[in-house]
Design a protein around this ligand. Sequence first.
Ligand code: HEC
Ligand code: HEC
Length: 312
Amino acid sequence: MSALSTFWSVWVIAIVFGTLIACGLLIQYSSKTQVHSEETDETTGHEYDGIQELDNPLPRWWVIMFWATIVFSVGYIAAYGLANMQGFLKVEVDGKQVPWSQTAQWQNEVEKFDEKVAPLFAEYAATPIPELIKNEEALKTGQRLFASNCSVCHGSGAKGAQGFPNLTDNDWLYGGSPEKIIHAIKNGLNGMMPARGVMPSMTDAQIDQTVQYVRSLSGLKHDAALAAEGTAVFMQACAACHGVDGKGNQMVGAPNLTDDIWLYGGSTKQIDFAIRHGRNGVMPPQGHRFTDEQVHVLAAYVYSLSNKESAQ
Ligand code: HEC
Ligand code: HEC
């Protein structure tokens, strides 16, 4: 718990009690100096634009309220404390009674909530993910976890963006099994494509040919003559990871280049960039943010996004 330094603590306490005492003195003083104890027509002699100030006592109910607020403040301070002074109220944190503070109360509420949801998460964790996606409540919980932890990169609808994969299309860089998804969440991912693949000597002309060949794999508009030349280059420089058929390799996260689904884009410019500079998509490990049960529920949500038909 962070505390104020002694100086500022004394400073705050002095100001608060000083103000309370000053208020008390003020109200007592103004009641004593009152000439009349009943309402009269007499004025204080102050006049402005024909408006005169009557010299009447403060209404009784008002004076009582004023004292009541002072008494209330003293009670409130005694209960909740002030600056470094602790009040008599206690809250339970970690099984111990500790003096009230905002932090302690927050911890207390978090603990109560965790206790309440623990059995629920235990039940979810015991359910295999392909089963769990039929449980709407579990998916809603997963969606909330996704929204606050993953949507910054993958988008609120998990549809991704350039460099951040769409998680709803059943087209996987690394594989869409529950185990793969859990592994991705816990350990993060790092796609590593070296510039010019495994052929550092690749010439500019060969790059142009390979770009055309890659476009032809997805049936995009391409120069057939260049693409034909590019086949051999692809086999030498790219097939080790993307496969001889260009369908990718989930062991290394090499995308399928034949399905016209792109992580970075299928334009000549983007493919050219990938070959010249390589690609290194990184997802930092997220495991430290969650309990194993939470990862399970989160993975179920992600799994459900591309397994809609079985989620019914
Ligand atoms: C900092 C950005 C970032 C955050 C936060 C993030 N991801 Fe990722 N995620 C990525 C990137 C980038 C990739 C692609 C990695 C690559 O290119 O090799 C990825 C890939 C994945 C994959 C693999 C997709 C595939 O096609 O195989 C899954 C599953 C995934 N993320 C789930 C999640 C979940 C669930 C969360 C929230 C706990 C999350 N990600 C948070 C950036 C992020
Ligand atoms: C060592 C393995 C490896 C080799 C060799 C390799 N790639 Fe890649 N490639 C990858 C990986 C992994 C990614 C995904 C990078 C990421 O996640 O950021 C990728 C991404 C790409 C992309 C982006 C795909 C998209 O969806 O936007 C293109 C295009 C590509 N590679 C083409 C090639 C070509 C052409 C060659 C040969 C010159 C090649 N790659 C060689 C591993 C490789």
